[in-house]
Design a protein around this ligand. Structure first.
Ligand code: 5GP
Length: 183
């Protein structure tokens, strides 16, 4: 099964995805490539950080499953190499909703979860708190509104990230239910 977690910037997707991975040994994280600069304090393995040339070469070689441009930077899901996904594992993608739409077109049975903030104020506070410059905060807020609309059109399961432990429990329940119907 493919599990896609999308959601607006600042909603805590990275934290939720990494806790979910720690708690679930049948999930395998696909690490995305990006042309974005690494943020101060961001883990070196949060992405494969590459320049535009390296990214575009991989696009030309058909090496991405999907890719999208997001606020001036490119992000892509590399096609896993043969044997890269361990047997019996579900693949977790943490990607934007445009990417999710492409994945759903290829894999209609993929589970799409849209993680949303409890409120617009909470989302803005998180973006400011992690050090995004003011213009980036506003662009991500505007982009978030578009993403929310697309997620609804795609029939995403919406989970509100109000409390990390509660959110994790809800996601684990959703995954368990999806696994029960696909196996
Ligand atoms: P950020 O710059 O905040 O790390 O990510 C910006 C957006 O790009 C987020 O919505 C994130 O989920 C999305 N993203 C990360 N990796 C990928 C990817 O491989 N493909 C696509 N389409 N979006 C991605």
């Amino acid at each position: 099964m493919i599990v896609v977690i999308s959601g607006p910037g600042g909603v805590g997707k990275g934290t939720v995805a990494s806790r979910l991975l720690d708690a679930d040994d049948r999930l395998w994280l696909s690490r995305s490539w990006t042309t974005r600069q690494r943020r101060p304090g961001e883990a070196a393995d949060a992405y494969v950080f590459v320049d535009r040339t390296a990214f575009d070469e991989r696009v030309a070689a058909g090496g991405f499953w999907e890719w999208a441009e997001f606020l001036g930077n490119r992000y892509g899901t590399p096609r896993p190499g043969p044997g890269e996904v361990p047997d019996g594992h579900d693949v977790l993608l943490e990607i934007d909703v445009q990417g999710a739409e492409q994945v759903l077109a290829l894999e209609p049975d993929a589970l799409l979860v849209f993680l949303d903030a409890p409120s617009l104020e909470a989302q803005r506070a998180r973006l400011v708190g992690r050090g995004d410059p003011p213009d980036a905060v506003e662009r991500r807020m505007a982009k978030g509104a578009e993403e929310r609309a697309l997620a609804h059109r795609l029939g995403a399961v919406v989970v509100v990230n109000d409390d990390l432990e509660r959110t994790l429990a809800e996601l684990q329940g959703i995954l368990a239910a999806a696994r029960a119907t696909t196996t």
